[in-house]
Design a protein around this ligand. Structure first.
Ligand SMILES: [Ca+2]
Length: 552
């Protein structure tokens, strides 16, 4: 399908017209009018500049999208929903089709068992071209996809794109590299930590207790929240802690112990690698948690909670101490936000972030994150038509570049309809109009710059009472907490790891719940070595860490 230059200019002008002023949906007219009065004269000058730039760029692009490739994008994020509307109604999809020759269908992963579903799809020959994920070399699923040749290395394609070839440092690329070859693309991560301990401050006040600062004080608060009627209703109906099956949503309880039960965090100590999941760090963390269980201060459903039932337990006034993200007291389209369900069930609840708790390993809130954010990987399906991978890489070259028009439209959407700017060009307000749900699916590709919602007032996002305007403070608080350095994301998962990991997780739970005596810890480690290849896996990790100069 051949297009003339004038048609392209016309499309560009149409895109600009939509992007500059006119709302596509009649129900948003009021919002846009308001914007028109706010925007000052300089804005018009700015728009003229943009027009010139657009027309110039369109001429360059005319030859590009001769072919439109059909591409499936598996979106592996925990907040996506199972259904998306018709892509034809999505202005970002249309822009990508017209300018990059890609007809992208987003396939949202389910929020549970997404890896299993992806594995099954690929085994059945149904392979998406692009996989968006929070992987990295340490993830067993991605390591297996690399071994199977499902994922393809992209070094040459990266080298051929002007922005992609320069946009990350070696320290960042290492999180997207397997055995020396690049497989993924991602934005540099703007900030590392979302998690802290949160406590019901109104319950502390009711009982005259100070904010806990140590693991022992945290345990004492949990006892008071369980046995001293913190909500004052005369009924024994509350607990201290809740969590999720297999030690989920417990990171900030355990960081002070230097171990994250259910997971194996790797450290370098004394010129060697430490697998914390098999160390005394995990043993002491689990011992502390078992003490809480024995004291009866933990929501007894914690072993079966999934994310949704955990949300309900938190909202229903049952518990007073959790580990949660900084945004948990706001409302948003993601299930990471609890404001709406808390406001419905328990509007008087006052949750407060707790500074890093002191424990035997020190005062820590969480572990350092990777230096890149949500990642895109590319499967061999990208290579099944000539030119398809090149088109995909042209798209990503701009999608990663904050100075491109594509980035702007993916991150901010349509001015007036979806955001408002101040006179310096800084976005001050974000709106969530009905009917643009698709837009949120494109946002996962960036987190790199100023933040697409954290620094704004989002007028469509109600907060809990007294939380209005606190979101940035909440974020700054979580970022400023001390984070444990570690090397876990840099070690590619060994073939033996999935079984070893399953054994470790099973045993951690047995120790916590008393099915296995904590005194038998050494026998657990012995079995891991003799039966599950712990020594071999650790040797492989040492070799990998030596190859990137992290071990001598
Ligand atoms: Ca009570």
């Amino acid at each position: 399908m051949k297009r003339s230059v004038s048609l392209f200019v016309a499309i560009a002008m149409l895109v600009l017209a939509v992007a500059s002023c006119a709302p596509p949906a009649p129900q948003t007219v009021e919002v846009v009018k308001e914007v028109t009065t706010v925007v000052e004269v300089e804005k018009e000058v700015e728009v003229e500049k943009v027009v010139e730039k657009e027309v110039e760029r369109v001429v360059e692009v005319t030859a590009a999208p001769q072919t439109v490739y059909e591409v499936t994008l598996w979106e592996h994020s925990p907040w996506t929903r199972a259904e998306v509307g018709a892509k034809e109604q999505d202005f970002v999809w249309e822009y990508i089709r017209d300018y990059y020759g890609l007809d992208i269908t987003i396939q949202p992963a389910p929020s549970a068992d997404a890896d299993a579903k992806l594995n099954a799809m690929i085994a059945a020959g149904d392979m998406p071209e692009i996989i968006q994920a929070y992987w990295g070399p340490s993830n067993a699923v991605s390591a297996e996809f690399v071994r199977q040749g499902v994922l393809v290395p992209i070094d040459d394609y990266v080298q051929a794109q002007d922005y992609l070839s320069e946009y990350l440092t070696e320290d960042e690329w290492v999180y997207l590299t397997y055995s020396g070859r690049k497989y993924g693309l991602a934005q540099p991560r703007p900030f590392s930590n979302w998690l802290t301990v949160w406590v019901r401050e109104d319950w502390l006040e009711n009982l005259g207790l100070p904010m806990p600062t140590t693991v022992d004080e945290l345990a004492a608060v949990a006892r008071a929240f369980t046995f001293d009627d913190p909500d004052g209703n005369g009924v024994n109906d509350t607990y201290g802690f809740t969590a999720q099956a297999n030690f989920g949503m417990m990171t900030s309880f355990f960081a002070p112990f230097g171990a994250n039960p259910g997971q194996n965090v790797m450290y370098i100590e004394n010129d060697d690698v430490v697998f914390s999941g098999f160390s005394n760090y995990a043993k002491e963390a689990i011992r502390w948690w078992k003490d809480q269980l024995d004291a009866g201060v933990v929501d007894p459903d914690w072993t079966v909670h999934n994310y949704d039932t955990w949300r309900e337990a938190v909202a229903q006034q049952r518990v007073g101490i959790i580990t949660a993200e900084f945004q948990f007291t706001r409302n948003c389209s993601s299930n990471a936000c609890l404001a709406e369900i808390i406001a419905t069930a328990n509007p008087d609840a006052q949750w407060e972030q707790v500074p890093a708790i002191e424990g035997p390993y020190g005062a820590w809130s969480a572990w350092e994150g990777t230096r890149v954010d949500t990642q895109a990987y590319f499967t061999r399906a990208c290579l099944d038509e000539p030119g398809k991978m090149d088109a995909i890489m042209r798209f990503f070259n701009d999608a990663m570049n904050p100075d491109s028009d594509l980035y702007h439209i993916m991150v901010y959407g349509q001015p007036g309809l979806m955001y408002r700017m101040d006179e310096t060009g800084r976005r001050t307000h974000r709106f969530s109009p009905q009917g643009v749900d698709w837009f949120t699916y494109w946002l996962v590709f960036r987190r790199g710059d100023e933040g697409y919602f954290y620094y704004y007032i989002n007028e469509a996002n109600p907060f809990l009472p007294q939380e209005e305007g606190k979101l940035l403070d909440r974020q700054v608080f979580s970022i400023s907490q001390p984070l444990i350095p570690h090397v876990t994301p840099l070690v590619a998962s060994h073939e033996l790891w999935p079984d070893l990991n399953a054994y470790m997780q099973e045993m951690h739970m047995k120790f916590a719940t008393g099915q296995e005596l904590i005194e038998n810890w050494d026998a657990f480690v012995d079995t891991a070595r003799r039966t599950y290849g712990l020594d071999e896996v650790m040797d492989d990790a040492r070799e990998q860490l030596r190859s990137i100069d992290l071990l001598p």
